[in-house]
Design a protein around this ligand. Sequence first.
Ligand code: FAD
Length: 321
Amino acid sequence: MSVLIYAENAGGTFKKSVFEAVSYAKAIADQNNTDLVAISIGDVDAAGLASLGKYGAKKVLNVSGDKLKNFINQAYASIIAEAAKKEGADVVVLSNTFSGRGLAPRLGVKLEAGVADGAVALPEQNDGKFRVKKTAFSGKAFAVVELTSANKVIALIPNSYKVVETGGIAQVEDFAAATKQSDFKAIIKEIVRAADKVSLPDAEIVVSAGRGLKGPENWGMIEELANLLGAATACSKPVSDAGWRPHSEHVGQTGIAVSPNLYIAIGISGAIQHLAGISSSKVIVVINKDPEAPFFKVADYGIVGDAFEVVPQLIATVKEY
Ligand code: FAD
């Protein structure tokens, strides 16, 4: 047995969620006394690739080429599956990101593997059983799934496993995987990123606001607080439906699922569909003027008060530090 981790990059660099996933995959490799191999697709420089050794990768397979610069689900899945076969990897680990969620079922088919996406803990391996704790029902519950197939695919939720530095340097090898014409049916030509914004799925802190803010003109204080905290901004569904904020900020059952260390919810009622997207947040702070707002039931800290008074005070306090 060996373990393969797909290390996805964002514009040529690895984010913290990748180091978490490499650390997690290394722990699985250690559980099974085997080596960890990483695969990177796209343009990451040699130093970046070798740095994966710090978190336990013994070898990094590097796949580059103009056609593979941007994420292409089908092509990336073919390459990762081929790498898994070449390395004899029976466990493939991904980050449970937008691309990881797309790749996991495809790899499941290609490798005839059981898939545990939304994983939040290391697998328990006893008596030949391989069980993974994962989120279920859009984050409303946890399930323990037993993967009974020889090959296994696991997608780890960001912020659910710590980064562990083991201190090595990985050996980097070019890997030329065969792809088919049909792998390139849909190609991303350009990705336009919002400048200076913290990416919501990877954010460690999220400042989120809802209909209690009354209108788009009041988001200045939300953005200011987010900037001061190095946080991403998010919103409830009605807010993005109304066009007050972009749909890319919509969190919940029908939007993005986040798992930051700190989620600050301002003027959001806490409907079950919203909570579905934030339930794996480590600490939840709720600011709402209604003491009966359902969000307070899941809050670690709550402030009953008017957002238009509380948020400026928070901003002033953060500025003092
Ligand atoms: P509201 O329910 O209007 O709540 C506003 C809150 O602000 C209230 O609690 C109020 O007390 C508080 N408030 C008002 N003024 C102030 C003030 N000055 N200071 C402080 N607090 C104030 N919703 C999502 O968010 N994400 C989803 O993915 C999602 N998916 C859905 C899927 C389905 C199939 C359905 C049916 C619904 C879905 N919804 C989703 C909608 C969800 O049910 C709620 O309607 C929505 O989350 C409510 O948004 P809100 O809390 O911003 O607004």
